[in-house]
Every structure is written in structure tokens, then in C-alpha cells.
Design a protein around this ligand. Sequence first.
Ligand code: SF4
Ligand code: SF4
Length: 433
Amino acid sequence: MSIYDSLDSINEELRKCMKCGNCQAVCPIYKETRQEVGAARGKISLLEFFLSGEIEMTKGLADRFSLCTTCMACNNNCPCGVRFDKIILGARAEAVRKKGLHPVKKIAFTALKMQRLFDLGMKTGSIFQGVALKNIPNRYSKLARMRVDIGIGKNKVFPMLPNKTLRSELPEVNTVKNPKMRVAFFTGCMINYFYTDMGRAMVEVLAENDIEVVIPKDQGCCGIPASVNGDVDSARILAKRNLRAFDKMGADALVVACSSCGSAWKHVFGDLLENDPEFKGLADIWAEKSYDISEFLIHKIPFKKEGLGKVSRKVTYHDPCHLNRGAGVNKEPREILRSIPGLELIEMKEPGRCCGMAGSFSLVHPDLSLQISDRKTADIAQTNTDTVATGCPACRMQLQSGVENANLDEEVLHTIQILAESYRAGKKEGKSI
Ligand code: SF4
Ligand code: SF4
């Protein structure tokens, strides 16, 4: 039985917990709330009460399980090796089995499964976004705030939707002369609908390295928003759709620039489809050849350094939780940044501390998300840099919102965009690869 189907599968994890409280010290939720339920230990105790029959699954209990950014900091600080990431996913799936899914989430995840309709909705949104969003002046990006507070954080800053999605802008096959490899790019929703600049940078950097990039048109949401909110059925449908789409196109490797999408391909699809004889094998094959882009550029090719030009930026790097603790990728983005001529990398305090975005968490708990973000922004301010680099579009959105609200003159970019900038600068400098 998978963690998504029964709480039996997480019993062993629950038994490992000796209630030492070490998880409190690193938990971003506990740091802000100082409530026992914020940390892993509190939620583990609640789950044990539920399993022993002392309490029932109520809306209040389900709400307490929503108090987690799934940052995995507690996993790393636990002397008993408790995998709280598994426990929280199991608890949320149980809450949905017992109490059903919140109607708003139900609508959102249903829309994600209806790809064409979702695309049409986003297209319509890009045309009429000015009705709901008020443009804010920013010299780096088109940003906006909600005109009316609808309960998702009145100060939250969003990127404006571009006119075209990445997948409608770029061809399905991006050819290069004498390709040394064919790589499939899983764009994920954030890059496809919001941050198309990151997607273009991915294709540009891969082309500089003689790699043909395929972007299967039939791909969709990775399903992480559904799986972390306990909607296992929707997550399974989305996982299968993506596996079919990528298998049809075929590729030597799969790359992502989003840490949540990366964890979906590396771990979540396999866990979700554990008992599916048709798709489990396929999930394992693609998990084996999935890479975060920085991991791919350092370990798989490795990327060409001779064409890199000068980029005069003072950069600080924020580690996305699922890339850092989930996939163990933290040296690679720094190695890429350090290889860029003219770039100075200045570390912030605790670069691996969660930024508080965590997908729908920031919408369900906007005030808490903002408090966590404020700490991160204060650490960024201390670095006196002009650029924040990160490895995930969701973190980019949260960091962008934080620096904008603090009036910091910082551009927030994905590492791959800075690398693309360096290749462009190299061409201007007359460097050839
Ligand atoms: S650190 Fe680990 S063992 Fe200690 S209370 Fe937290 S989850 Fe339990
Ligand atoms: S995963 Fe992160 S937010 Fe959730 S309980 Fe653990 S440390 Fe706290």
C-alpha cells in the first residue's frame, strides 16, 4: 500500500518518533507560530490520537495538517530518521478520504485535468487580467497586485501573465545542428503560464550545448498541487497523462527547472503508481533519466564554459526546499554561478530556509506565508546584492513578492537565466564555443 492509499504505510514512521522536539528548531511554521502543532511533533501526536480513535477526522484536524510547507527541514534534523514528508502526505490523503476535498481545490484540480479548458482559461485570464490585477512599476518584470483583497494576501505580488504560453510559443521540437543528445523539457505550469522567460532560457542554454529539446504538447500539470493536498485520484490521472506524453515523444533525458516538478518525476509518480502494473515501470524509467537543469548541466553533459561572457552581477542564491533537501542539489547551481565571469556570489544567512511559498500553502495561509517570506527578505537585504538567483519558479514568485514589498532593488531570476545571459554576453564579446 502506498502512503497515498492507507495510513498503515506510515505506521513505521510514526513509531520512530521519540518526541524529542528537535524538529521544532528548524520548522518555519513553528518559528512564526510558536505552537506545538506547527512542528512535525505536534502533527505526529494528532495523527496518533486519530489512529487510536481518541479523536475524529474533523475539519479542524484537517486544517492543522495544512500547517506545513512540506519543506523537509524536520526530516534533516530528526535524530530518529522520521520521514515526516511521507507522514504529512498520508495524513492529508486520509483527511480527503474522510472529509472530502475543499470545493475551491476541487474546482482547481478538476480544471488542471481539463488541459484545453485550462489553457483557454489562462488565455482569457491574460487578456482580462487588468480587471483583477493592478500593475506595479518594476524595472525588471511586469508585476501586479490584486485590486481587491480576496483573502489570498493583499500584499502578494504576482507576475503578469504573458500573452502566449511557453508551449504555444516554442515548437515541439527545437532542433540544433549535429545534436549530441535529445532532451525532453517538462515545463510545469509556472514556467508555461507565468515565467516563459525561464523556459526560453532553458532552450537557449541547451541549444548552446548542442542539445535538441523536445517540449511535448500533450504534457500538463505535474499533479503536485493535487498530491500534496490529498487529491490522489487527480494526481494519478495527471501523472499518467505526462508519462504517456513523454513516452510518445521519447528522449535520452528529461529536464526540469522547477523543484516540485522535479520531485514529481523523481519520486511522486512512482509512489502514486506503485500498484499500477502498466504505469509503475514507465514511472521508474523516467525517474531514472530525470534531472534538474543544474544537475544535468554539471553531471550529464557537462556544459560549455568557453563561450561564457561577462555578467556583472552580485548574486545571492536561495535553495528551493525540494531541490536542496529533496533532491540533494545545492552545489550544482552555485558551481554554474561561480563559472560565470564577472559574477560575484554572496551567500545569504540560511539559504536553505523555506521561503514560505509552498504552492497552495501561500494562498491558504497568506499571513503565515508572508511572515516566513519576511525573514527571507531580511536575509537577502543583508547581502547587499543586486540579484537573487533560485532554482524554482514558485520560489521566484515568493522572493519577487518579498523584495518588491521591501523596496529592495533586486532582480529575481532562475540560475538558468543568468547562464543564458552569460552565453549572450560571450557572443557579443566575440567568444565562440
Ligand atoms: S525530531 Fe524526529 S523524533 Fe524528534 S519529535 Fe521531531 S519527528 Fe519526532
Ligand atoms: S516539513 Fe517543514 S513546515 Fe512541515 S513540519 Fe517539517 S519543518 Fe515544519
